[in-house]
Design a protein around this ligand. Structure first.
Ligand SMILES: Cc1cc2nc3c(=O)[nH]c(=O)nc-3n(C[C@H](O)[C@H](O)[C@H](O)COP(=O)(O)OP(=O)(O)OC[C@H]3O[C@@H](n4cnc5c(N)ncnc54)[C@H](O)[C@@H]3O)c2cc1C
Ligand code: FES
Length: 502
């Protein structure tokens, strides 16, 4: 299975599962950067916390990312000013910078060796036709106080038409940063539980968190599960999943570009150097964004990035390849705050737009402050119950029309008529078996696995992801492994098993 450099270069964790009911001040559901940051800040402030994850921690999106810490997030500030006004856009810009500083401070205070490095970020284009929006973005970023300038020279080995350079940004190794923080959580009434899947929350005094290993009680609960698995709040209609792919390749240190790069237009290419831990250097290149479940040939996504690596950098040896997905909010701003208007003790954060290392850090800061009763300068910018600005209405309709199309259209499809025995090793397909649609996969040992293709979240039909060997739901991004086990929410129940005839 594809594994990221971040996961492969750090030790596996071994926290226990929940075995008895525990009571804590705060239950933090989800062990990525959002959950671990929130739990760390809350424990530091004297709260008891229980951090729990349905898998091992930091193996969700945070373990499969590009690991840039930057306010230079493509073209965003001109749009934010237009949609929300200068005050909100300035709040977004300042808070992204503050999140970078918070990671730097925690790294210093805890003496964490996580390859944290200050560097410049570049949003660039090779096309003269795309210079106008780039220049508009430089103006917007400068107006908001960001350290942005327009440049035409970079250390990339090919010519560009122009770039927005942002100084004082950073890159790091996300697992080297987060694992020490997680290891310092247990003790004095606090816990970390792995392989403990949250399945429900009854809000009360205290709240009751239902898990597959038994209940847990907490005064406050943070849903840091990437997208809330509770449908209250309807976040699944306000944010939409997009996958992305990454590769690392060895590169001579003197040939590695300095700084972090992302294209302003399509196709997206994101680039950064990564120290390999042995004195050498890797080049990480990513891109190929698409909706999960929409591309039957995900392998070609890796091939496209391999071609780019070879053409632009002359690199052909790939050490790691991986993909993951993040949620894009229809109005571009993440949602951080109370789950619903009525929630008193239930909080959530989602919609990080593939910039969740700053936004997840920020979510941890904002939600910890909310629970501690402290004011936070930026909470109003990310208000989870805000109304969408009119500008995003078209995007809301388009995204949800796509979901509706899958919900209805996929059900009308008949399923392939070939027999399960005709599937090749590694292949998966929705087949018509005895008049019923069945999701069938043949593993490398030749064994067939049959499942219901009906996603346990809201009932769309999953489709096979060849490169990752998973069943992915095109509607809200739930993913299941070949045996039907949930590997990514919002679904919390596994796909139902089916038996093949004969
Ligand atoms: C290809 C790609 C590249 C990216 N690059 C960057 C970048 O360079 N810079 C940047 O800032 N951002 C980047 N991002 C975005 C960023 O990585 C994510 O937004 C961020 O890591 C999300 O963190 P999280 O803690 O919210 O979610 P996760 O890291 O996914 O953590 C959520 C955790 O919750 C657990 N969980 C889920 N459901 C349950 C349940 N029911 N019970 C218990 N546990 C559960 C999961 O197992 C998981 O461990 C990128 C994203 C992608 C897809
Ligand atoms: S993720 Fe919502 S229906 Fe599958």
């Amino acid at each position: 299975m594809p594994t990221s450099y971040w996961v492969d270069s750090t030790p596996e964790t071994d926290f226990p599962s929940l075995t008895e009911t525990v009571s804590v001040d705060v239950a933090v559901l989800g062990g990525g950067i959002t959950g671990i940051t929130a739990a760390t800040l809350l424990k530091r402030a004297g709260k008891t916390v229980a951090l729990l994850d349905m898998k091992r921690i930091v193996r969700g999106v945070t373990g499969y990312t590009t690991a840039k810490l930057t306010a230079g997030q493509g073209l965003i500030y001109a749009e934010l000013i237009e949609s929300f006004g200068e005050q909100v856009a300035r709040g977004y810009a300042e808070s992204q910078q503050e999140a970078i500083e918070r990671v730097a401070t925690i790294t210093d205070e805890e003496r964490i060796d996580c390859d944290f490095e200050r560097t410049s970020n570049y949003v660039y284009t090779e096309s003269g036709d795309e210079l106008e929006p780039l220049r508009r973005e430089v103006d917007a970023a400068q107006r908001l106080g960001l350290p942005a300038s327009f440049v035409t020279e970079t250390s990339l080995p090919y010519e560009i038409a122009g770039a927005i350079k942002m100084d004082g940004q950073a890159q790091f190794h996300p697992r080297k940063y987060l694992l020490p923080l997680a290891h310092s959580l247990p003790g004095d009434g606090s816990h970390v539980f792995e392989y403990t899947r949250a399945t429900g929350v009854v809000e009360g005094d205290p709240c009751r968190v239902e898990t597959d290993k038994g209940p847990l009680r907490a005064r406050d609960v943070i849903l840091a599960t990437h997208i809330p698995f509770l449908d209250r709040g309807l976040f699944f209609a306000k944010v939409h999943p997009y996958r992305g792919y990454g590769l690392t390749a060895p590169i001579a240190p003197d040939l590695a570009p300095s700084g972090m790069y992302i294209t302003s237009g399509q196709p997206t290419r994101t680039i950064r150097p990564v120290p390999d831990g042995a004195g050498g250097m890797l080049l990480l290149v990513g891109g190929e964004s698409h909706k999960p479940g929409d591309d039957p040939d995900t392998e070609r996504r890796y091939r496209a990035i391999e071609d780019f690596l070879a053409e632009r950098f002359g690199l052909r040896e790939v050490t790691h390849r991986w993909s993951s997905q993040d949620y894009i909010p229809v109005d571009q701003l993440p949602y951080i705050g109370r789950l619903t208007r009525r929630s008193k003790h239930l909080y959530a954060a989602t919609g990080f737009r593939k910039w969740g290392l700053t936004n997840g850090t920020l979510a941890g800061m904002i939600l910890a402050d909310a629970i501690l009763g402290r004011p936070n300068r930026w909470s109003s910018v990310y208000e989870a119950q805000r109304l969408r600005p009119r500008a995003s209405a078209a995007r809301f309709v388009k995204e949800n029309a796509g979901v509706a199309r899958h919900f209805v259209g996929d059900r009308l499809k008949r399923g392939e008529s070939r027999a399960p025995k005709d599937l090749r090793a590694g292949e998966g397909a929705i087949l018509r078996v005895d008049g019923e649609k069945v999701a069938v996969h043949r593993d490398d040992e030749g064994e067939l696995h049959a499942l219901s293709p009906v996603c346990t979240h809201l009932g769309c039909l999953v489709s096979w992801n060849t490169a990752e060997r998973s069943w992915d739901c095109p509607c809200h991004g739930s993913r299941f492994d070949p045996s039907g086990t949930v590997i990514q929410g919002p679904a919390v129940d596994d796909l139902k098993q089916r038996t093949l005839p004969g």
